[in-house]
Structures are given as structure tokens and as C-alpha cells.
Write a protein that binds this ligand. Structure first.
Ligand code: HEM
Length: 234
């Protein structure tokens, strides 16, 4: 591994994951310490038993209330999250093998599914970005809103670049991630000799920046949304 790759796709990954985990733990700790509201914040009617858990999950994952306000935006946000979940599951394959039948199915459909989800992510992110340049979102946007979308676009475009063009076997990516887990980061010969090595290092660099920034950004809503919907339905 050359020095740049070692620092960015090796050492920096450990730093980024540590900041992500500790940062999220710190945010949760801070939220726990907030004084409880003196008023009831739940909405009527109050669901009971299992219905409550279902409502919280549906409010968080499908957010039907947003569809009534702005249907196109709701659709884009829904597709974006669905694709993000798909890409997250796809990335879990880098960590190790799934049960054999799933492994076979996933590797058969990886190119089409990964490619489709990657494109959905790019299209929806562009839509979110363009929306921010138009009134009334423009007046309500702060620099962080643009910065986050651009960072996400960077990660996703580089990921798509790898997915659609790099002819690196998946086993080589797995080897690299296994070396990270073994605390001895290195690229095997297929990645080291590939002209797409830089694309991989840039993808990982931007993902690292995202991990480091995430606990301190509005993206922590991926935990907060469950908690606030829990309060709304309590
Ligand atoms: C250190 C963390 C990460 C590593 C090591 C990594 C590695 C990879 C690799 C090796 C590929 C190519 C897979 C293939 O062609 O078979 C890929 C694709 C991709 N990555 Fe990442 N990635 C990371 C984080 C992320 C994050 C945080 C996002 C999104 C926010 C992301 C989004 C994508 C997308 C959209 C693709 C293309 C579609 C797909 O193959 O699933 N990656 N990534």
C-alpha cells in the first residue's frame, strides 16, 4: 500500500469509525440529560400496545404525514432512504460472507441492484440540491444543508464510479476490508495494480469525512427520528 492509501484507506478509517461511534454515544448521552417536557407531547389518538410500536416504525420509515404536504418530495425522500438501506446491506457483504443461498442471490444481482440503487441516490441527491437553490427552501437553507448534500453526492458518485466501471473482483475488496479488521490495512495485487485504486481511496476518504461529521450534523436524525416519533405517539 502506498503512503497516501495507507493513511486514508487505513489509519483514517479507524479514526472515522471511532469518532462515529463515540460521537453518536455522546449525542445519545446529551439527549438523555435533557429535562423532560412538563407537557404531554403525544398526538391524539393514542395508539395502544403493539399498534404503538408499529406507528413509530411507520412514522419513521414511511413518514405518511410528509406525503400530504409535498408528494414529489416525499417520494424522492422515500426512494433515497430505500436505496441507502439497499446500499448499506450491499456494503455488509464487504465484511464477510452471508449464508450461502443469500450470498449466491446477492452476488448474482449485485451489479444490477447496486447500480440501480447508486443511480437512484445520485438522482435524488441532485433533486434535493436543486431544490435548495429555489424559493422558499433557498431562504430557509444554511451552508450545512448544501455541504452535506455535496459530501453525500461525492461519496455516492465515487461509489457508482467503482460499481459501474472498475473491473476489480469483489473478493479483492473483501480482502482489503478483512485486512482493515485485522488491523493490518493493505491492498491486494488486484487493487494495487488497478487504475481504479485512486477512485476507491477517494470513495473511502469521503466516506470517512461523512462518518466524522455525521454525529455533529443533522444526519443524527436517523436515531432522533425514532425517539421523537416515540414521543409523538406516547
Ligand atoms: C469506509 C467505508 C466504505 C467503504 C470501504 C466502501 C467501499 C465500496 C466499494 C468497494 C464499492 C464497490 C462495490 C462493487 O463494485 O462491488 C462501493 C460502492 C458504493 N458505495 Fe461505498 N464504501 C464505504 C462507504 C460508503 C458510504 C458511507 C456510502 C453512502 C453514503 C457509500 C455508497 C456507495 C455507493 C452508492 C456505491 C455504488 C453502489 C453499490 O455498489 O452499492 N459507500 N463502496
Amino acid at each position: 500500500m502506498d503512503a497516501f492509501s495507507f493513511w486514508v484507506a487505513g489509519v483514517m478509517v479507524y479514526v472515522a469509525v471511532a469518532v462515529l461511534v463515540l460521537g453518536l454515544a455522546w449525542r445519545l448521552y446529551q439527549w438523555r440529560r435533557l429535562a423532560a417536557s412538563p407537557m404531554r407531547l403525544g398526538i391524539f389518538p393514542k395508539p395502544r400496545g403493539g399498534a404503538k410500536a408499529l406507528r413509530i416504525v411507520a412514522d419513521t420509515l414511511v413518514f405518511p404525514q410528509a406525503a400530504e404536504v409535498n408528494a414529489p418530495l416525499w417520494l424522492a425522500v422515500f426512494l433515497f432512504h430505500l436505496a441507502l438501506l439497499g446500499v448499506f446491506v450491499g456494503h455488509l457483504r464487504l465484511l464477510g460472507r452471508f449464508p450461502e443461498f443469500l450470498e449466491v442471490k446477492m452476488s448474482e444481482s449485485a451489479h444490477l441492484a447496486g447500480g440501480t440503487m447508486g443511480i437512484v441516490l445520485v438522482v435524488t441527491l441532485f433533486y434535493f440540491l436543486i431544490r435548495r437553490f429555489k424559493s422558499p427552501s433557498k431562504e430557509l437553507s444554511v451552508p450545512e444543508d448544501y455541504l452535506l448534500l455535496i459530501l453525500l453526492l461525492g461519496v455516492v458518485v465515487m461509489g457508482d464510479h467503482l460499481r459501474l466501471f472498475a473491473e476489480i473482483p469483489f473478493s479483492a475488496y473483501r480482502q482489503y476490508v478483512a485486512s482493515l479488521l485485522a488491523l493490518r490495512p493493505e491492498f491486494g495485487p488486484e487493487i494495487a495494480a488497478s487504475p481504479y485504486k485512486t477512485a476507491l481511496v477517494v470513495h473511502v476518504l469521503l466516506a470517512n469525512l461523512l462518518f466524522i461529521y455525521l454525529p455533529f450534523s443533522k444526519l443524527v436524525h436517523f436515531i432522533g427520528a425514532f425517539l421523537t416519533n416515540g414521543i409523538r405517539r406516547s
